[in-house]
Structure formats: structure tokens, C-alpha cells
Design a protein around this ligand. Structure first.
Ligand code: SF4
Ligand code: MG
Length: 325
């Protein structure tokens, strides 16, 4: 693997409320320099929470309750004030799912890109306006759109403008949380291609979050799968496509149309558990078509199934006999 850029090390995130909810539990994941890492799972599995922890943008009632996050070797959970502000744009930026909600409706796109540059470099000048135009050109939006308001742009253009903003300060890592979910398939494919091209040209790393496995298989170098707050499998995209080791990963792959073959789609039965009261044993046991008798009481460990391919399932233990399903 390339040099490690970011290391998420046994991280848990807890939300305070009437009951405390551990939305992320004991997750370890590394992101290499120039690598596109995909993070998949159904909504509510903790993937956005993990992304927020990484960007240091958790809401006030949430905090990293265990573990550490190293970015270029530095523990970002210990950053404060100015260091944190610098980190958020210089090192990491975030593209979220709804550009309409993230862009300010009363400012032009150009003003918003300039603000991102200006608030960190302390000056607004002819150069910042020029830079905003360059950034729009980079994401293939007409640079004259600097003077358009968000509502004057199509959904795809708004999302490209968000990507331009995210690129404004040349971050090392861009977190993309469902960046194409609100778009139609054709625009979605164009934007994915654009992200890949930009990544190759500029060399940043990406943490790409989505519930759509087929999308992830086409963009990510490596993929991590989350279920009910835990990481249940990680490996290269090829590993996961060719030989998914966890029944949940298999279910996710079967639930989306393949870009490689036509086949019948099968959804995963049941729904994700409540995070306030996660199930005992393997958290997936209530929905697992292959569960063993011990799965409801004993939590499986993470087991290696290949060089950099791991999954958290009792079936991978020596001598395990899958039940008929
Ligand atoms: Fe299924 Fe058991 Fe594996 Fe969990 S540990 S995924 S219930 S077989
Ligand atoms: Mg989410």
C-alpha cells in the first residue's frame, strides 16, 4: 500500500441523549496517500458519523469515546482552536450529499468558493476570484458561473461546485458522503469519472461513502463495509467483488445492479438493528441467512482471509460449517 495518510485506530463515537448511543464501535481503518477508500453500509450504520469524526465536525452531543485518529502521524483529536480550523480545510475537506443544503442560497457560487479561500488565507483579492474561476474550470463548469446563485445551477453543476470548493485549498483528503445520491444515473457517472480524473491529476486521497456497492466497486481501490456501527469487512475492491467473505457484504452486492453482469436483484431481508440496543453476538445474526448456533451469543473477531482482506464472521473460523439456507 502507499504511505499511510490517515489512520483510524479503534475508534468509537458516542452520542449523548436519554440513552447514550455508540454509533461507531471500535473501527480501525487506514487511508493511504492517493488512495480512494470506499465506506459502505445501509443508512444509520455509522458511516457518516465516522466521517464526521475524521473531519472533526461531530455535532455537540457526540464525541470520540475511544481510540485515536492519526493524520500524517498527528493525533487530530488533540488539535484545538486555530490548528483545528486549519486542519479542516487545508488537510481535509468534505463534500456532503446535498449541495442544495450545503451551499448558501444568497451568495453566488464564486463568492462561496472565494470565502473558502479567503477565510483561510486572510485576503480576498483579484487572485481569489481568479482561483475560483480556475476551480470551476477544473470541475468542468463554465467559469462565468462564478456569478450564478446556487438555484440557477442544475443539480449536477451544484455538486461540481461543491467539489470545486472542497478542492480550494488543495486538501490531502476529501471525504465525499453520498456525493452523487441526489443525481440521475448519467450525471452520477460523469461526476464519478470526474472525481477519478481529478484524483489522478492532483493526487489527493478520498474517503467515498455510499450505500451503493456497484458505485463503490467502480471507484474505490479499497472498500470497508460497516454494519450497525462496526466494521465487518475490508479488502481491495477486487477481493470484495470476487470473493466477499461476510454474508452482509454478499447481501449488499446482490442488492445492487452490477456494472459487470446482469442478474436478479435480491434485497437483504429485515432492517438494521436499533443502535441504542444492538443485538448480542454477531450484530447481523437476526438477518443472516448463514448464521451458526453461536452467532446470537458470541461476537466474532476480525479474521484475515487474504493479504489485506479481513472479515468479522464466525464462518471464517477454522472448522466452521455453514448451515444450509
Ligand atoms: Fe452470519 Fe454468524 Fe457470520 Fe454473523 S457471524 S455474519 S450471523 S454467519
Ligand atoms: Mg449518512
Amino acid at each position: 500500500m502507499s504511505n499511510v495518510l490517515c489512520q483510524i485506530d479503534h475508534v468509537s463515537v458516542t452520542y449523548h441523549g436519554d440513552v447514550d448511543v455508540r454509533a461507531v464501535q471500535d473501527v480501525s481503518l487506514t487511508i493511504g496517500e492517493g488512495e480512494i477508500v470506499g465506506l459502505a453500509g445501509e443508512s444509520g450504520c455509522g458511516k457518516s458519523t465516522l466521517a464526521m469524526a475524521l473531519a472533526q465536525l461531530l455535532p455537540d452531543n457526540a464525541f470520540v469515546s475511544d481510540g485515536r485518529i492519526l493524520f500524517k502521524g498527528q493525533d487530530i483529536l488533540r488539535l484545538s482552536g486555530e490548528e483545528l480550523r486549519q486542519f479542516r480545510w487545508d488537510q481535509v475537506s468534505l463534500v456532503s450529499q446535498s449541495a442544495m443544503n450545503s451551499l448558501n442560497p444568497v451568495l453566488t457560487v464564486g463568492e462561496q468558493i472565494e470565502d473558502a479561500i479567503w477565510s483561510h488565507q486572510g485576503k480576498r483579492s483579484v487572485e481569489t476570484r481568479q482561483r475560483a474561476r480556475e476551480l470551476l474550470r477544473l470541475v468542468e463548469v463554465d467559469p462565468d458561473r462564478v456569478s450564478s446563485y446556487p438555484h440557477q445551477l442544475s443539480g449536477g453543476m451544484r455538486q461540481r461546485a461543491m467539489i470545486a470548493m472542497a478542492l480550494a485549498l488543495d486538501p490531502k483528503l476529501i471525504i465525499m458522503d453520498e456525493p452523487t445520491t441526489a443525481l440521475d444515473v448519467v450525471v452520477q457517472e460523469q461526476i464519478i469519472q470526474q472525481i477519478k480524473d481529478l484524483q489522478r491529476k492532483l493526487g489527493f486521497s478520498v474517503l467515498f461513502i455510499t450505500h451503493d456497492m456497484s458505485l463503490l466497486l467502480s471507484i474505490a481501490d479499497r472498500i470497508a463495509i460497516m454494519y450497525a456501527g462496526q466494521l465487518v469487512e475490508q479488502g481491495s475492491s477486487d477481493d470484495l467483488l470476487v470473493s466477499p467473505a461476510h454474508p452482509y457484504t454478499q447481501g449488499l452486492i446482490d442488492a445492487f445492479p452490477s456494472v459487470f453482469e446482469s442478474r436478479e436483484l435480491v434485497g437483504i431481508g429485515g432492517s438494521p438493528p436499533s443502535m441504542a440496543h444492538p443485538p448480542s453476538g454477531c450484530r447481523f445474526h437476526e438477518r443472516c441467512p448463514k448464521r451458526l448456533s453461536k452467532c446470537d451469543s458470541q461476537e466474532p473477531g476480525m479474521i484475515g482471509v487474504g493479504a489485506a482482506h479481513h472479515a468479522k464472521c464466525h464462518l471464517l473460523e477454522k472448522g466452521a460449517v455453514p448451515s444450509e439456507s
